[in-house]
Design a protein around this ligand. Structure first.
Ligand code: FAD
Length: 364
């Protein structure tokens, strides 16, 4: 019997597992991919994320997790009227595979049992514990007093928990890569699809900044540019997958005209998903002995900044569990209370960006 099974070794899961393990709890951190796993991400650690790493993990992000230019100096937003807003702030440029791999290593050093290549298929709450079906090399059932579900955006496990997996005949895939398949993408399912490419080439922008473009003609949400290890990363996000190429091509033309973008060679392209955050920034904290943290709970800031919210919510879930271990209802209530400030921060951030652009106007 574990005290907790944490599902997913992203920022939320690693933080929750580390915190519980260092307090002496018996923890299993199950990750479906082989570590270090790939995650489509701009890899910008804002100052808040860097500070949380120091607070929760006791040290700064190692150089081995970073890419060039190592420093991120802030964000430059262009609003829907073409006006530029510059937010200067210290940050870091990381590869997520290395960063998350390091977080998982820290959780393991604190005593968490870390198993990669292991997928949590289902959770069933029993009398006083949760049964979790895991599929790795073998299929096993493990038991835990609590589950902290930190599975990231797609939420197959969460939908199973809520009994909402639609029949296969009704499913349609909208995004696919090595790790990710999302199904049944109705408006209500609440996904934004992201598409980004990595390119060799040149541009007249300072590579130390992350650039977000909020003009509605360039994306249905935002379009972005940043640099990772000399590769120019260009992306767009949409609500409707069918128009993704149109928006992307328009964004490339815009960057050519405004910033002298020149692409010599595209080295990679990838699609991914993000939660579609709605006004009010609704969060699911959990049900019974199962808590949700990170993106699957709904913790995400504008421009897709979710690492800080992932770590903070994972930490809060673990603290709530430590405080009220014998009373699941109090655990959920304490978790909700501990994340009130984070939710208020998210709401403020979304409203700020909502006021800048039509693409985010529902949040204003
Ligand atoms: C294109 C793009 C750019 C982004 N850029 C940034 C950025 O620059 N800065 C930033 O802060 N955020 C960024 N984000 C958001 C950020 O990546 C996420 O918000 C963050 O990773 C969420 O952390 P998490 O721990 O909740 O989930 P994740 O990091 O997604 O981790 C979830 C883990 O759970 C595993 N998993 C899923 N299901 C199961 C299962 N059933 N069993 C076992 N394991 C499972 C997955 O394999 C994964 O490793 C970006 C997102 C996208 C799509």
């Amino acid at each position: 019997m574990y005290d907790a099974i944490v599902v997913g070794a992203g920022p939320a899961g690693c933080t929750a597992a580390k915190m519980l393990a260092e307090k002496g709890r018996k923890v299993l951190l199950a990750e479906k991919c082989k570590m270090p796993r790939y995650k489509s991400c701009s890899g910008v650690l804002i100052k808040k994320s860097m500070d949380l790493v120091k607070t929760y993990f006791g040290e700064a992000v190692p150089a081995s997790a970073t890419c060039t230019p190592t420093q991120n100096r802030g964000m430059v937003f262009t609003d829907d009227k073409g006006k530029e807003y510059r937010f200067e702030q210290e940050g870091l440029n990381v590869w997520r595979s290395h960063f998350d791999g390091w977080l998982a290593k820290k959780a393991k050093e604190s005593g968490a049992e870390v198993k990669d290549g292991v997928t949590a298929l289902a959770c069933t709450e029993k009398d006083g514990f949760v049964e979790v079906s895991l599929r790795g090399e073998d299929s096993v059932t493990e038991c835990a007093k609590y589950v902290i579900d930190c599975e990231g955006v797609v939420g197959t496990l969460k939908r199973q928990i809520f009994g909402q997996i639609p029949p296969a005949s009704k499913r349609r895939m909208i995004a696919r890569d090595a790790n990710q398949i999302a199904e049944n993408p109705t408006e209500e399912s609440g996904y934004i699809t992201t598409f980004q490419t990595f390119n060799e080439g040149s541009i007249d922008l300072d590579p130390h900044y992350f650039y977000a473009y909020l003009q509605p003609e360039l994306s249905q949400y935002d379009a972005w540019f940043n640099v990772k290890d000399d590769l120019l990363v260009l992306g767009v996000s949409v609500k409707d997958m069918d128009v993704i190429t149109n928006y992307y091509n328009r964004f490339i033309d815009y960057m050519k005209e405004k910033h002298h973008l020149h692409i010599d060679r595209q080295t990679k392209e990838e699609k991914w998903l993000m939660p579609h955050i709605r006004p009010g920034c609704h969060v699911d904290h959990g049900v019974g002995r199962i808590l949700f943290a990170g993106e699957i709970a709904g913790f995400l800031n504008p421009m897709g900044e979710g690492i800080s919210a992932g770590m903070e919510s994972g930490y809060c879930a673990a603290c709530a569990l430590m405080e009220h271990f014998d009373d699941p209802e109090s655990v959920r209530e304490a978790y909700r209370k501990r994340t009130e400030e984070l939710q208020a921060y998210m709401t403020r951030q979304w409203s700020l960006v909502g006021g800048m652009a039509d693409t985010f106007s529902e949040m204003a």
